[in-house]
Ligand binder design. Structure first.
Ligand code: HEC
Ligand code: HEC
Ligand code: HEC
Ligand code: HEC
Length: 374
């Protein structure tokens, strides 16, 4: 905390604050410093830095806590803190914090540029996690092993269900269960998304039956799986182009209950071995269609979107948009999760964070927290 002593009440660099800075300092020392630190810096990890933040933005935030529009897990703390403050006192305390040496400058000591990290692979982490899967499912999710399903271009939602089913044991498969065991919910989603964006190819594996003879019995399945085994419903797997040995085994697994699924058990209950083999070949022979999923963005691509409002490197000079550069990393992570989940209800930020996954949030928080000198 040595730098704290050097942080003296200085000229407002960011915002010409309307409010009485001296009166604001008294309020801050009395009511706020216990959590936000003596100079609006250095609170607990999830407490935002306030030093040098836009006064208008902070006044609005305080008003929102007071009237309950801004809700968070710390709502009680902040609501209590501001409950006794008048509008004028809020402007004053906001003006005081805005007048302090901005947290961007403190962070800037560590960071030299506002350029987002140069090209990085948005899938780097998930690729490392799925290294062990490639042997059976193929490096690009297209399997050439009889009995192993292709994963490329399969619906992400379906794959999340499938991986969770292995985990809980409702889909009985010791080997896949062991593979899935170590993954968290977020990692399972990332893995599923990773395979879903890949281009599916038809499996080049031997056919277990006669694809022409499979056409007639497969008509009963078209209502859910599509005429040609390609389907839009994200909970229903695409069958087109999957390995026929795997498809046949999957149907038997529904019949004997190794895969616990009421709908599928009923529809395949009456099928005999020949039908199963022929229908599997019928679907295996069909051309798989790629899904219209969006590619994930790199940190650089994300930051370009964010910086349109939050300024270069998050150094906003517009009082409507909070400064992000040098903000507490834990606070940024928590806040982006709150926008993403709709708990902090700002329509602009909800729209921005909607398509983010956990990894995007971590990368963006790290990028902004690192700070960016201008
Ligand atoms: C008990 C601890 C605590 C006290 C006391 C407290 N705060 Fe906070 N404050 C927090 C936490 C935690 C957050 C983040 C809450 C969230 O996620 O919205 C926060 C958020 C804020 C924000 C929003 C910052 C942003 O970047 O959006 C402002 C402004 C703020 N506090 C000002 C104050 C002022 C002024 C006082 C004194 C009147 C005060 N706080 C007292 C813990 C506290
Ligand atoms: C040794 C070979 C092997 C490895 C390694 C392997 N799998 Fe599998 N995987 C299979 C087989 C075989 C099945 C079919 C199991 C069954 O009948 O339920 C399967 C099924 C799946 C399914 C269900 C597909 C569907 O259409 O329902 C998913 C998803 C999956 N694996 C993902 C993974 C991931 C992710 C990894 C790596 C962490 C992995 N697998 C590692 C062989 C393997
Ligand atoms: C009412 C809708 C519906 C009908 C009709 C239906 N299915 Fe399914 N099918 C599903 C759903 C949903 C799943 C995913 C179940 C799960 O999560 O295990 C599925 C899964 C499958 C799978 C597993 C694919 C994989 O990647 O593991 C196969 C194979 C399959 N169906 C074949 C058939 C066949 C053959 C028929 C016709 C006899 C049929 N289905 C009829 C909805 C249907
Ligand atoms: C269209 C303008 C706009 C864009 C683009 C935008 N934001 Fe925001 N952002 C805002 C506004 C307005 C607020 C204040 C909302 C509120 O009061 O909750 C905000 C608030 C935030 C906060 C909370 C800061 C604090 O101190 O509590 C974070 C974090 C944030 N944005 C990150 C991002 C990231 C990351 C992106 C890019 C993915 C982004 N924003 C894109 C307008 C935008």
């Amino acid at each position: 905390m040595t730098f704290c002593t050097a942080l003296i009440v200085g000229a407002a660099l960011q915002t010409a604050a309307a409010g009485d800075v001296e009166a604001g300092k008294r309020t801050a020392d009395k009511h706020c410093a216990v959590c936000h630190g003596p100079e609006g810096m250095g609170g607990a990890p999830e407490v935002p830095h306030l030093a040098g933040q836009h006064a208008d933005y902070m006044s609005t935030a305080l008003q929102q806590y007071k009237d309950g529009r801004r809700v968070s897990d710390f709502m009680v703390a902040m609501t209590v803190a501001v409950s006794t403050l008048s509008g004028e006192e809020m402007s004053n305390v906001a003006a005081y914090y805005a007048s302090l040496t901005p947290f961007t400058q403190v962070a800037a000591q560590a960071a030299k540029s506002d350029a987002p990290p140069e090209e990085e692979d948005p899938f780097a982490a998930v690729k490392a996690m799925t290294e062990a899967c490639a042997g059976c499912h193929g490096e690009d999710g297209n399997s050439d092993q009889p009995g192993s399903p292709g994963l490329a271009g399969q619906h992400a939602e379906y794959m999340v269900d499938a991986l969770n089913a292995y985990k809980t044991g409702s889909r009985k498969h010791d080997m896949m269960q062991a593979f899935v065991e170590p993954f968290s919910t977020a990692e399972i989603q990332e893995i599923a998304f990773y395979y879903a964006v890949m281009k599916p190819l038809r499996a080049e594996t031997p056919m277990v039956g006669d694809s022409f003879a499979g056409r007639a019995p497969a008509a009963a399945c078209a209502v859910c799986h599509g005429e040609d085994g390609n389907v839009e419903d994200p909970k229903t797997p695409r069958l087109a182009g999957l390995d026929s040995e795997y498809l046949a085994a999957a149907i038997v697994a529904y019949q004997d209950g190794a895969r616990d699924h009421d709908v599928m058990r009923d529809v395949v209950a009456a099928l005999d071995k020949t039908d199963i083999a022929n229908m599997s070949a019928f679907y295996a022979a069909k051309a798989p269609k790629a899904l219209p999923v969006l590619k994930p963005l790199t940190t650089k691509e994300w930051a370009e979107k964010c910086n349109r409002c939050h300024g270069p490197g998050g150094n906003s000079t517009d009082p409507r948009f909070p400064i992000l550069a040098g903000q507490s990393q834990a606070y940024l992570i928590k806040t982006l999760k709150h926008y993403h989940g709709g708990e902090r209800g700002d329509p602009m930020m909800f729209a921005m964070s909607f398509a983010m996954n956990e990894a995007d949030i971590l990368k963006l928080a790290a990028y902004y927290a690192r700070g960016a000198a201008q």
